[in-house]
Design a protein around this ligand. Structure first.
Ligand code: F6P
Length: 537
């Protein structure tokens, strides 16, 4: 059965168009059109977005934009920004954009301006983070806090850790930050190994405050603290919570005065600019955190107001659809040429794959097309000495997103020139390759020619920015958030639930007592039973 997506006029035209251009080489496209780079570059929001090294023509972009229109992209964007309950399976609005909306603006939900709520929490975060940063927030024995441990997982960890690493240059170096996410006890043990409990603050970050990993680590943290401080009253000075679940925070024993709230309309993977960013604010200070929010907001405005053919997240989202559904590309590489962005690919994995790794449409019908690509990556030059071989000469087509910053935060000649030369060279090598003719001219022996040939025609986007700043980080994240939204609209899926993570959690809960009580009869399949038996022995 064909789904509605494949019935659209634009899709049918794209199928035909794909047949026409599938075998055209980027060498030819660049040769035929000297203006190509200019035509397929968008310069906006301080971002130089070059998408000319993609296997597209003007017609491709026109057809993809027609597809977006036929799928109701503009109406769906308006629905999201106005707070319609577009997360239909959970009956929730999707309003992460409200988290960075300036106080002067309004977003009214059920007769209430939620922007005021957002700013109240931001003010409280500002007050608290300033106290920690200037040493006024004292531990139970009146020592100032030196160590901050964020306990959380998924969206309550990946955003904070990525932002901390990305903005380390701007962070307060008198404070030590650690991030505990894994239920593996090694994670907690190593995180606090060198810490003095008297100087340590735990931020328990969990939207639901029920997540097994986070609650287990939080209880262990409390035991660790009390083993040293020996007084329940110490908890109030050493634990704060970030959550939407006030009752559970209270039940854990954290004073709700020390709780920073957010709302059900913020998805976990869209929450790093909510109170979940408390560790980020402590690290870089309220002013720079607000700069980051202004970057997010600026990209929201770009997404909302820019014509689709000049709209960075729209073009990015459409290109992903083009490669996944027409070229059959299975994966997408994220390759930042910045050491500070080393957790950016991991962060984007949750954002993209938890959002769009779905096989049914919003109406519950199975899709007959590919949805989210597998996102992966590492900082660029390191990758060049490992997996780039496959990107250049392997059998998979892997669209790449390259990132570079003109100005280094730590100028150390000649590092920056070398770094930037590499990011630029990679896109060039992927697109144009190395032909047999060139190799012959260079005198390469006949038997080595097949090995040394680079077919090229491998697509990439290059994003160049002036400098990595809090504001620019906000822009880059919002850019991907919206590109994920665009993809979800085209595929007709709900990008805002995550039912696929539930089954494993339920089964693990069943298995826990079976591991702890060796007498329990086992009723699984033969493989699962055997694994449990192996552990029990
Ligand atoms: O298991 C997936 C998930 O629900 C993510 O969507 C979420 O970011 C993460 O778990 C953590 O959830 P919480 O913040 O409620 O602990």
């Amino acid at each position: 059965m064909k789904t509605k997506l494949k019935e659209t006029l634009a899709w049918k035209k794209l199928e035909k168009h794909f047949n026409d251009i599938e075998n055209i080489h980027l060498r030819e496209l660049f040769f035929l059109d000297k203006e190509r780079a200019k035509k397929f570059t968008i310069r906006d929001e301080g971002i130089y977005f070059d998408f000319s090294k993609h296997r597209i023509t003007t017609e491709t972009i026109d057809l993809l934009i027609s597809l977006a229109r036929e799928r109701g992209l503009e109406e769906k964007m308006a629905a999201m920004f106005s707070g319609k309950r577009i997360n239909t399976t959970e009956n929730r609005a999707v309003l992460h954009v409200a988290l960075r909306t300036p106080i002067e603006e309004e977003i009214i939900i059920d007769g209430h301006n939620i922007v005021t709520d957002v700013h109240e929490v931001l003010d409280k975060m500002d007050w608290f983070s300033s106290k920690v940063r200037n040493g006024e927030w004292k531990g139970f024995t009146e020592k100032p806090i030196k160590n901050i441990v964020n306990i959380g997982i998924g969206g309550s960890d990946l955003g904070p850790v990525m932002a901390y690493e990305a903005l380390k240059y701007y962070s307060n170096r008198d404070l030590e930050f650690r991030f505990v996410s894994n239920v593996d006890g090694d994670d907690f043990t190593e995180a606090v190994k060198t810490f003095n409990p008297e100087e340590t603050l735990f931020i328990v970050s969990s939207k639901t405050f029920t997540t097994l990993e986070t609650m287990t680590n939080a209880h262990t943290a409390r035991k660790w603290l009390l083993a040293a401080l020996k007084d329940e009253k110490a908890v109030a000075r050493h634990f704060v919570a970030v959550s939407t679940n006030e009752k559970a925070v209270e039940a854990f024993g954290i004073d709700t005065h020390n709780m920073f709230g957010f709302w059900d309309w913020v998805g976990g993977r869209y929450s790093m600019d909510s109170a979940i960013g408390l560790s980020t604010m402590i690290a870089i200070g309220a002013e720079q955190f607000k700069d980051m929010l202004s970057g997010f907001h600026s990209m929201d405005e770009h997404f909302r107001n820019t014509p689709l053919n000049k709209n960075i997240p729209v073009i990015m989202g459409l290109l992903s659809v083009w490669y996944g559904d027409f070229f059959n590309a299975q994966t997408q590489a994220i390759l930042p040429y910045s050491r500070y962005l080393h957790r950016f690919p991991a962060y984007l994995q949750q954002l993209t794959m938890e959002s769009n790794g779905k096989h049914v449409t919003i109406e519950g019908n199975s899709v007959d097309y590919q949805t989210s690509a597998i996102y992966w990556g590492e900082p660029g030059t390191n990758g060049q000495h490992s997996f780039y071989q496959l990107i250049h000469q392997g059998t998979e087509l892997i669209p790449c997103d390259f990132f570079g910053f003109k100005t280094s935060l730590n100028p150390l000649p000649p590092h920056q020139d070398y770094l930037m030369a590499n990011v630029i060279a990679q896109g060039e090598a992927l697109a144009f390759g190395k032909t047999e003719k060139e190799l012959v001219q260079e005198g390469v022996s006949a038997e080595l020619i097949p090995h040394k040939t680079f077919e090229g025609n491998r697509p990439s986007s290059t994003f160049l920015m002036e400098k990595l700043t809090p504001q620019m980080l906000g822009k880059l994240i919002a850019m991907y958030e919206h590109s994920v939204f665009v993809q979800g609209v085209i595929w007709g899926i709900n990008s805002f639930d995550q039912m696929g993570v539930e089954l494993g959690k339920v089964l693990a809960k069943n298995i826990i007592p079976e591991l702890q009580n060796k007498e329990t009869a086992l009723n699984h399949d033969s493989s699962t039973n055997a694994l449990i038996e192996f552990y029990r022995k």
